[in-house]
Design a protein around this ligand. Structure first.
Ligand SMILES: [Zn+2]
Length: 152
């Protein structure tokens, strides 16, 4: 089956069916102009980590546009440098795209469901993964673990 409307679930049980352009437009109405510029009109970002996540709490980052849980931070991902490692909630929730548009080859990270730009991943991170996720704070909505528990 290669039907566009076939429901796709990730291994963690989330709906990762790509959303259509109309849904994307509707969802993007809630974004600020800056968030829209980063998430929708991707490619204007310089290859540095300025203005990105500055958060040492444990919790989950979800896509600001479609609310798919994307990354978790803190706890077992502590890098030992005081800086938490963030890692995908489920590898199927993020798409990696090789981007050579700024004269250097980088790996862009996009939301697997709505195709929004999220940030980049670099191969110079600390163990155990060796990956350094450089996510744009404007693309993600953070929920701390203690808030997840208390609102359940
Ligand atoms: Zn999304």
């Amino acid at each position: 089956m290669n039907n566009q409307t076939t429901l796709r679930l990730s291994a963690s049980g989330h709906d990762i069916t790509p959303i259509d352009a109309a849904s994307r437009d509707r969802l993007s109405a809630k974004l600020t102009p800056e968030e829209r510029r980063i998430m929708i009109d991707h490619g204007t970002e310089t290859p540095f980590c300025g203005g990105l996540l500055d958060n040492k709490e444990e919790g989950v980052y979800a896509c600001r546009l479609c609310e798919l849980p994307l990354f978790q931070s803190g706890g077992k991902f502590e890098s030992g440098t005081g800086w938490p490692i963030i890692a995908p909630v489920d590898p199927a929730h993020v798409r990696q795209i090789t981007d050579s548009s700024h004269g250097v080859t980088r790996t862009e990270i996009r939301c697997a469901r709505c195709d929004s730009h999220l940030g980049h991943v670099f191969p110079d991170g600390p163990p155990p993964t060796g990956l350094r996720y450089c996510m744009n704070g404007a693309s993600l909505e953070f929920t701390a673990n203690d808030k997840v528990k208390s609102s359940a």
